[in-house]
Design a protein around this ligand. Structure first.
Ligand code: FCB
Length: 465
């Protein structure tokens, strides 16, 4: 087994020295610093496929995506990018991309088919091999324990609506940290608990498909509790890598200066950002934001949830535009929208980061996801996704501005390494730097991948010149 330095941001690649980062302004290159970590991200359910192989149990996303009417074209994750079989070639591809870090998630039902009880050696071996291969190639492995694929066996016992699931999760976290922690560069408990709670349990757009706001609020508490219990279990057994959580966040803009729009923006920020940040960093739920539903909290829960973190992962795609008018005043979208219909608003990332830094005492931050869906097409063997290059460049400049304003951002993971299964949107939306032809599983670098490679490689060496 191989080990790497556990310190974040240590460049894993060495290349010929250059004086600046092409594609970024000189001030941004400087503000990001020489140790800034460049990465790309994926998640298990979105790329692995092999849903019924080597002892993997079903997850709630298998059940949900096989339920008619839940996903675009009825798409499911049975094959996805076939990464479970192509993982070695995919690691070579990450190496070719020139990045020093790769963020992936562990499929809980692949390593523990029911979410409780027996462990699956073949699943555990898969992640061992993946991590070792990344290290052999000089790429830092950053793992996430839960990127939405709850074992169906636990859903059958009440899923995240049941407090017991939080204890099962803590046990799973501890087993994985003992198994991989000596080689991981970081381990995050959850990815975007807001999505699990709200999209999965209040709106029903995501698995398990519940539409019950009271349940969703309790689920949000159990997710946070599971995070705290997992941290405490992993710390108790001497976890060897930095531990954190990944939250999806947005700046919030009132559509006008009216009291109604300002109050709405405040409530949106409270339910989207503060609902997760306050418990973790202040040990309480926001009481002052006009939110009506509160979960059942047991004595001691908030202490468990607010245990110190080694890092915070921030995922940012767009801002929240708050208009109380009927009908709502639309967002200006002066820089356009992505193929998801999400407004492109890079300055929101700067605003968000500067705001968080003022509101909380934070550990180092990693931008663990940022990226855009684009209607990419292969023409003459090439994919010209210039809008994606513009998107990434603008967000990197925004991060650099936040760094100059004193925010400690240590790295950036583009979402996603390659096109993949975009949840309820199926294979219809393409976020990758690398194009995937799902009929042949052929991977092709898009123009953005070549651009990102230049940025990542040059950044690693810019101060060596
Ligand atoms: C995030 C998810 C990720 C991907 C992107 C587009 O919310 O974490 O899996 O779907 O959105």
């Amino acid at each position: 087994m191989k080990t790497i330095s556990q310190s974040f941001g240590e460049p894993a690649l060495q290349h010929a020295a250059r004086t600046h980062v092409p594609g970024l302004s000189a001030s941004a290159s400087l503000a990001l610093g020489k140790d800034f970590l460049w990465g790309a991200a994926t998640a298990a359910f979105q790329i692995e496929g092999a849903a019924n192989e080597d002892g993997r149990g079903p997850s709630i996303w298998d059940t949900f995506s096989h339920t008619p009417g839940k996903t675009v074209n009825g798409d499911n994750g049975d094959v996805a990018c076939d990464h479970y079989h192509r993982w070695a070639g995919d690691v070579d591809m990450i190496k070719d991309l020139g990045v020093g870090a790769y963020r992936f998630s562990i499929a809980w039902p692949r390593v523990q088919p029911l979410g409780y009880g027996a462990w699956n050696d073949k699943g555990l071996d898969f992640y061992d091999r993946l991590v070792d291969r990344l290290l052999e190639k000089g790429i830092q492995p950053h793992a996430t324990l839960y990127h939405w694929d709850l074992p169906q066996g636990l859903q059958d016992l009440g899923g995240w609506g049941s407090r017991t699931t939080a204890h099962h999760f803590a046990h799973y976290a501890d087993v994985m940290s003992r198994r991989l922690g000596d080689r991981l560069a970081s381990l995050a408990t959850h990815n975007e608990p807001w999505c699990t709670a709200v999209l999965g349990h209040a709106i029903g757009k995501f698995a398990p498909g519940a539409a019950d706001p009271v349940l969703a609020t309790q689920v949000s508490h159990h997710l946070l509790l599971s995070h705290g219990l997992a941290l405490s279990a992993m710390r108790a057994s001497g976890a060897k890598c930095p531990l954190g959580i990944v939250l999806n966040q947005s700046s919030t803009t009132p559509a006008s200066g009216s009291a109604e729009d300002i109050a709405l923006a405040r409530r949106e920020y409270a339910s989207f950002v503060r609902w997760y940040m306050d418990p973790i960093f202040k040990g309480s739920y926001p009481q002052d934001a006009g939110l009506e539903l509160f979960p059942e909290v047991q004595t001691g829960d908030m202490d468990i949830i607010s245990a110190p973190l080694d890092f915070l992962g921030v995922n940012y795609y767009t801002r929240i535009w708050a208009s109380a008018a009927q009908p709502a005043v639309p967002a200006p979208c002066s820089l356009g929208k992505s193929d998801m219909g999400w407004e492109i608003h890079p300055d929101g990332l700067r605003e968000l980061l500067v705001g968080l830094n003022a509101q909380y005492t934070l550990p180092p931050i990693y931008i663990t996801e940022n990226g855009m869906a684009n209607a990419d097409r292969i023409e003459h063997g090439e994919i010209d996704d210039t809008p994606r290059i513009d998107y990434v460049r603008a967000h990197l400049e925004a991060i650099a501005q936040a760094c100059s304003a004193g925010v400690d951002v240590r790295g950036y993971f583009y979402w996603s390494l390659m096109d993949n299964y975009e949840w309820d949107s199926g294979y219809d939306k393409r976020f990758g730097l690398i194009h995937v032809d799902y009929a042949t599983q052929q991977r092709t670098f898009k123009r953005s991948a070549h651009w990102y490679r230049d940025v990542a490689l040059a950044a690693v060496t810019k101060t060596e010149a």
